[in-house]
Design a protein around this ligand. Structure first.
Ligand SMILES: Nc1ncnc2c1ncn2[C@@H]1O[C@H](COP(=O)(O)OP(=O)(O)OP(=O)(O)O)[C@@H](O)[C@H]1O
Ligand SMILES: [Mg+2]
Length: 344
């Protein structure tokens, strides 16, 4: 089923991605690059890509892929146990010991920890241990970390600490689909459900959702349910707004400022100061920007997901301002008293 909210698992179900899949299998897995971080905005198809690769390699006698959704790893012992179970070797709570036991399989083990930043804090020690063992090629295994917050994933995995690289990784970025593949996904997905969409509806949706496949599936499913495109756009923006409201308050405000077109350090800092109604230190600004970049929300002062961009423009700043102890408009007076900000 094309319009399925879950990740795809078979090559025939994927629109586009031929190049990415070949690169993943031939370069990353085939050439045994120890650690690869696959970054990409939410819903872009990271999990689908890796699950299709897993499926393609299922019958290989050289590789075995162990896919784990890190958000489901909640107990300390679980990482080692799950890897052992998938490899059918004697279980151990120590994942490095499991890799040691898996040597007898005489296959190259590829461990995938999807969204590693979501793993429970309790399991961080085991994760870092596993990462280190793989990085130093102790057991000729490969680790792949797909993540919609690659900067955070790298911290959790111990690849980076305080902005410094601790362990080298090969970083790749998964872009949205090509426009023609995105259109084909929507047209075929709707036809499969008995709807023939007009070319205008398809083109407009692909544009609105920036050819991000997960959003197109979201759109298609709601069209099938009888909603009008305008209603679906509104629901998508509300969904993105909910996700934005889960961020820390200052990054929320910065996202709004960026959505309003302030596309440089100077412009964005000035606009953030206006919004907060007070002086903002360069350090405070850099921290908020870095927070958004680590979560793959922003790059080069641009919001990567167009739905987030539209949502951020509509964000009501009063709640994040209140969380910062500021009332909307209140700080403007304070700013006047202080005179021009030193950062200008
Ligand atoms: N290339 C593709 N062709 C068709 N459908 C796709 C493709 N990539 C992703 N999808 C669909 O888009 C949705 C999101 O895919 P997936 O879960 O793989 O993305 P993700 O990047 O892992 O998302 P998240 O950031 O939420 O983990 C799913 O409905 C999936 O079926
Ligand atoms: Mg995913």
């Amino acid at each position: 089923m094309i319009l399925d909210p879950g990740p795809k698992t078979r090559r025939e179900e994927l629109y586009g991605r031929g190049f990415e899949l070949t690169t993943l299998i031939d370069v990353v897995i085939g050439q045994k690059i120890p650690i690869t971080v696959i970054g990409g905005v939410r819903r872009v198809g990271k999990t689908s890509l890796i699950l299709v690769a897993e499926n393609e390699l299922r019958s290989s006698d050289r590789f075995v892929i162990v896919y784990l959704d890190a958000g489901r790893i909640t107990r300390r012992d679980q990482l080692g146990e799950e890897i052992a179970r998938r490899l059918r070797v004697e279980p151990s709570s120590d994942p490095v010991e499991v890799l040691h036991r898996a040597k007898s399989l005489e296959r190259h083990i590829v461990v995938v920890l999807d969204e590693v930043q979501e793993a429970s804090r309790r399991t961080r020690y085991e994760i870092m241990d596993l990462v280190e063992a793989i990085a130093y090629k102790i057991y000729h295994s490969t680790l792949i970390l797909p993540s919609s917050a690659p900067g955070l994933a790298k911290e959790v995995a111990g690849l980076e600490k305080d902005g410094k690289e601790m362990i080298q990784s090969h970083d790749v970025w998964l872009n949205p689909l090509r426009k023609d593949d995105a259109e084909a996904l929507l047209i075929d997905g709707l036809r499969e459900r008995g709807i023939s969409p007009s070319p205008d509806v398809v083109e407009e949706a692909v544009e609105f959702f920036g050819a991000i496949p997960g959003w197109l599936v979201f759109f298609g499913l709601r069209l099938v349910a009888g909603l009008k495109p305008e209603q679906i756009y509104r629901e998508a923006i509300d969904t993105a707004l909910e996700e934005i409201r889960r961020l820390a308050p200052r990054p929320q405000l910065l996202l709004k400022v960026l959505a309003e077109g302030n596309d440089s350090w100077t412009k964005a800092l000035k606009a953030l100061e206006d919004l907060e109604g007070r002086w903002v230190s360069r350090n405070g600004f850099a921290k908020a920007l870095h927070y958004l970049e680590k979560r793959a929300l922003v790059k080069d002062y641009k919001i990567l997901d167009p739905v987030y961009e539209k949502a951020a423009r509509l964000l009501d700043p009063s709640e994040p301002l209140a969380r910062l102890g500021l009332a909307p408009g209140k700080g403007s007076a304070a700013r006047q008293e202080l005179g021009a900000s030193p950062s200008q």
